[in-house]
Design a protein around this ligand. Structure first.
Ligand code: ZN
Length: 398
């Protein structure tokens, strides 16, 4: 993993190690360590977890961030490549922080000739020991988009006799680069927090949540097509017994960034809570997990909005907040496309939760009203969020 090779004495002479090596008779481990330079690379990983990238670097010797000064030709960097180019497009180098002994990462975007044309400092860096660095950052912070990229780690140092004229370097891997892919982060649920019963957000932000109950149904595809066209997301409260036969629609709802909630297994009145509510909600949760393969809902909506103090703790015990609404165009009663439109745009407020239906009967009026509802609210400055995002619930990834 190292080139060129080094003498043990040469490595020891390099004052990079923050803590001096233990004196005395060398154990086999010490001999192995001294055989390379302090910045000899032992291991590196760069992996995606949800929306974040995690970097871990491990070196043979110990070092402090302030000893890594590129002007003195000591560096520890991750080079990032895009496409088939042999030149790194950018790099992340370990750096010191002014007025601190803590490490940071400096991101540098490079010109084709290798000059630094932009840089920023990343500070979510942790050192569990003097040979290891761990850092967390988003793909956007290192200017990577969804797709393929390549990376490798480089280190260089000077100081020992055979690294005097020209810095010694180590590459990991020794040859070539490591291929990796940035995937869109997949949300697999959310963490319930705060009050168990919500009818709207706190009303600070100019956003609304569109919600659709009683699907999946033959109308679901039409609603999804409209959401896609406007590039917005909604929340679907699903009837458990319809989930299995329409698993493809459930996967499509989730894959396109929408949220999915639990609306009981058979659209039963579960306002009394107890074992009926428990079984209706938990069977639907299982059906959603099975159909999606990964998603667990954290939202429940009671059929007909029939709720009571006995119901909330049952839903909460299954990891779900009970979600009502503050805008109801009664679209299920087929009042006409114009009536659905005017009720929604007339009643929507900051952080409203808007009730509509994509199942449970003919929903052509709802589908017809939806584009103008979105256009009008958008022209008034409203954004559209899923209920978990509107309520600020932390997403679970995986
Ligand atoms: Zn319903």
């Amino acid at each position: 993993m190292r080139r060129p090779s080094h003498l043990a004495a040469a490595a020891a002479a390099l004052a990079l190690a923050a803590a001096p090596a233990t004196a005395g008779a060398a154990s086999p481990t010490d001999r192995a360590r001294d055989a390379g330079g302090p910045l000899d690379l032992l291991a590196a990983s760069l992996s995606q977890q949800g929306p974040d990238l995690h970097l871990q670097l491990r070196t043979r010797g110990t070092w402090g961030p302030r000893q890594l000064v590129s002007s003195q030709q000591r560096s520890l960097c991750v080079e990032l490549f895009r496409g088939s180019s042999a030149n790194a497009r950018s790099r992340l180098c370990v750096a010191g922080r002014s007025g601190s002994t803590r490490a940071a990462l400096r991101f540098e975007r490079l010109s084709p000739g290798g000059a630094v044309i932009a840089q920023r400092t990343l500070t979510n860096v942790h050192r569990p020991d003097m040979r290891t660095l761990q850092a967390t950052f988003t793909p956007a912070q290192v200017e990577l988009a969804v797709g393929d990229y390549r990376w490798r780690v480089t280190s260089s140092w000077t100081g020992s006799p055979d690294c005097a004229a020209k810095p010694c370097t180590d590459l990991l891997p020794d040859r070539g680069t490591i291929h990796a892919t940035i995937l869109p982060p997949r949300v697999s649920g959310c963490v319930p927090k705060g009050s168990s019963f919500r009818s709207a957000g706190p009303g600070h932000r100019k956003v609304v949540a569109l919600t659709f109950d009683d699907g999946p149904s033959p109308y679901t595809s039409q609603v999804l097509r409209i959401l896609r066209r406007f590039r917005i997301h909604a929340t679907f409260f699903l009837i458990g017994e319809q989930v299995g036969p329409n698993a493809r629609l459930v996967r499509e709802e989730l894959a396109e960034g929408n949220a999915v909630g639990d609306h009981t297994y058979t659209h039963a009145n579960v306002s009394g809570g107890g074992s009926l509510a428990y079984s209706q909600i938990s069977r639907t949760r299982s059906a959603i997990r099975r159909a999606s393969g990964y998603y667990t809902p954290c939202l429940f909506r009671a059929p007909g909005g029939a709720v009571s103090g006995a119901l909330f703790p049952v839903a909460r015990s299954l990891g779900m907040l009970t979600i009502q609404w503050d805008v109801d165009p009664r679209d299920w009663s087929r009042p006409g496309t114009g009536s659905i439109y005017s009720t929604v745009v007339g009643q929507a407020r900051r952080e409203s939760i808007i009730l509509m239906h994509d199942g449970g009967g003919p929903r052509n009026q709802t589908v017809a009203a939806l584009p103008s509802i979105i256009r009008t609210l958008r022209s008034r400055g409203y954004g559209f969020q899923t209920v978990p995002d509107l309520l600020g619930l932390k997403p679970v990834y995986g």
